[in-house]
Design a protein around this ligand. Sequence first.
Ligand code: ADP
Ligand code: MG
Length: 894
Amino acid sequence: MTDRAEPTPPSTKPAAKPSAKLTPMLAQYLDIKAAHPGALLLFRMGDFFETFFDDAKILAEVCNVTLTTRDRNSDHPVPLAGVPHHALDVYLSRLLAAGLTVAICEQTEDPAQAKGLVKREVVEVISPGTATAPELLPGPGGMVCLAYHRGAAGEAGWATLDASTGEFRCGQEDVTLPSLCERCAAREVIVAETVDAEAFRRWRSGLPETVLSAVSAAWFHPALAADTLRDHFGVRDLDAFGLADERTSLAVSAAGALLRYLTSLNLKRPVQVVTLQFAARGDRMLLDEETLRNLEVFRTLRGERGEGTLVHHLDRTVTPAGRRLLERRLAEPLTDLEALAEWHRGVAGALDDRNWREEVRRLLHGVGDLDRGVVRAAAGRIGPAALRQLGASLRAAGEALAAVRGEGHAAHPAAAWVRRTPDQAPLAALLLDTLAEQPPATMRPGEVVRPGVSADLDAAAAVASDTRGFLAALQARERERTGISTLKIGYNRVFGYYYEISNRHLDKVPPEFTQKQTLVNAARFRTDELSAAEQTILDAEERMGRLEGEIFASLLAGVSAALEPIRELSARVAEVDLLFAFAELAERQQYVRPVCDDSLVLDIVDGRHPVVEQLLDGEFIPNDALLDGDVRQVLLLTGPNMGGKSTYLRQVALLVLMAQAGSFVPAARARIGIADRIFTRVGAGDNVARGQSTFYAEMSETARILHQMSRRSLVVLDEVGRGTSTYDGLSLAWAITEFLHHDDGPRPRTIFATHYHELTGLERTLPRLVNLRLEVREWQGSIIFLHAVKPGCSDKSYGIHVARLAGVPEPVLRRAEELLALFSSEDARALTPERLPGTPGFSLAADRPAAASRQLSLFSDGERDALDALRDLDLEGISPMDAFLWLARIKKQL
Ligand code: ADP
Ligand code: MG
């Protein structure tokens, strides 16, 4: 079990034994509870799952059920709360959502047969990130348990396990825990208990959607972790997983610890974990948390999933596995050119052949969640209805893949993937031909297996149904014989079959009828004949149940044996689904095939923002982008608020991300020199997502870029430096730009949007920096945003115009205009409130020459030249930008 250091959810510590003399049942409860101290124990008692002591208080609070007391009047009353067993999933999902780990304790023998206390056992322990039941899973993805282990040298090992699909991955890279959580939507994270307390606290508060636990540090020990993995997979070394290297030891630590954790929950070997994928550093684009958030890949800036996110607007997949692959691709786009070329060629082929595409997609529609189905089946936790569903999915998957490799498509890349896929048609046929057409969700005798499958079963079923027919005939006969027209045969679990006769006919009851039960208006009777018929039915049903159970178990064994090939089939389905979904998307949204190469060129013609374009009421204005590593390395974008700067930046980054995810892109044309990473940072003032974010966070995020970027990276900065005072911010933005551009640095491709117009002057000194602006038109004192990106710099900030649009009162605006003119022409630091125009005792025109002449004698010739130049400066005719540059020049001269 986990040790939860200062747990967020209420503690589930074992209750102290409350009394010297316990009932046997409570003693049994406490024993079982002691074996699962970290879990909330749901204790099956008849039709209820009960909890006691502290667990009862937690259950009552989290699930909003009544808290009662057992032995209320004794010295040691026991708090008690329970939930009905048939609604377990509802309550379970609430408990897991509250971050609790839950142990489910079932009665493992029939209470009717039990001598004394019913045997009970914990059959399953579920932590928030390891649920597998479909009812507990929020969607096709999003149920991941993650282990994180940072090494001394800055790198970290990680491992993720989706217990519902069995996907187990690990990797090692310089990555933060929040970045990993954003990439895979981890529900639960384990770290070693030795982790820095401050870091633990920061993660806990920064990751509210994730349950963070500290577990034994020994589990992460590289040697022990490697042992755990070797044991589990039954291999002598980890070569086969690509994990033999020294440089993967952190990944091994994380993977071993995670498996250990899962074993500790499941109390046995987790059946679904059949392989481990090592995510090699080189073949994926790395995206950190800030970038995924700023680009709104999985969540909007407000933290919501769904509409407004990239994944939502790109998703045209029709299978759960396809959706999961889309999420993976957006979190970890490809960098392998060959793979990308093949993928893009595949999308083009599926786009061109509409009939084929529609046929394949129609068949894919019938494919449910193969991964989850097979995991549930292998664990023996699947009912007849879901097993039949799995069979139908296997059949549909086979048909869809057959359509993919159908005639005329041999040259298509997908046809090659599919050709190597194991055929599961026989298994599908076995499941579908054995199980009834509409089997029940849980085992019920006589309803699970089709007639004709087993002669024994059919014989038993015939006996049962013959006997039921016999009972119907018997009822008719006895009515006639006794003259009681309302006599009827009924059934209950206590008395079995009986005759029910209403009170007013009791005088006509024949002598061989034995009375068994008296009701208000009627009485119930049995006869030997009825008992014999009942016994025949019970025997037949018992035999049917046993035979069906055997048949069902053999089906499960067949599915378990095919666990690996089914997962492989599912992987192919996912790829085909995503590829055809990208083609569908490309057609619907008029995307084009990007050309990816290993240049540093980023050449986008008429690009559009994939999400804003779909959400906008009006027309989206397309824009070009041209970057290369050499002549156009840094694009500096200025323009008024609301001009479209942020949209443009994100659009460029998103197009690169989409292209490398294998999708076509919203543009007329796009050439994309592969990026190894995309970094985006948004200035604190502009960052809606982090209302509480500080300038410190902004700078530490920026610092990380400056350390991690390479020549292949794409760096996108939006108003960085905004979170502090103007001069600090300007200086930082300036220095960061110089650093990004520096000849001896990595020189990543960069786009920087800023409201510091002063920065545009850098174009003169930094040869690879290019100024861009967002075009606006002034019209009758107001402005119109054209959202068009043009060369050059915007000459005004238009902040006052925007304020006017926003309804700020006219006197305020006039005063602001007056001040703006002044700030633009002076070194603003020398201005104090007393010296501002309109403030009593100060007049700009009269004061300044006087001030100058008073000090004239102190100046050298050079300084006098500077003062002359200042005097001659045409304040009306100079832009704020040029004024700043002018001042800079004079200052240098001095
Ligand atoms: P800025 O960052 O310059 O303040 P934004 O990028 O936030 O501006 O854009 C402001 C608004 O303008 C957005 O809400 C968006 O709807 C609209 N917009 C931006 N770019 C375009 C475009 N290319 N075509 C149409 N509308 C756009
Ligand atoms: Mg903006």
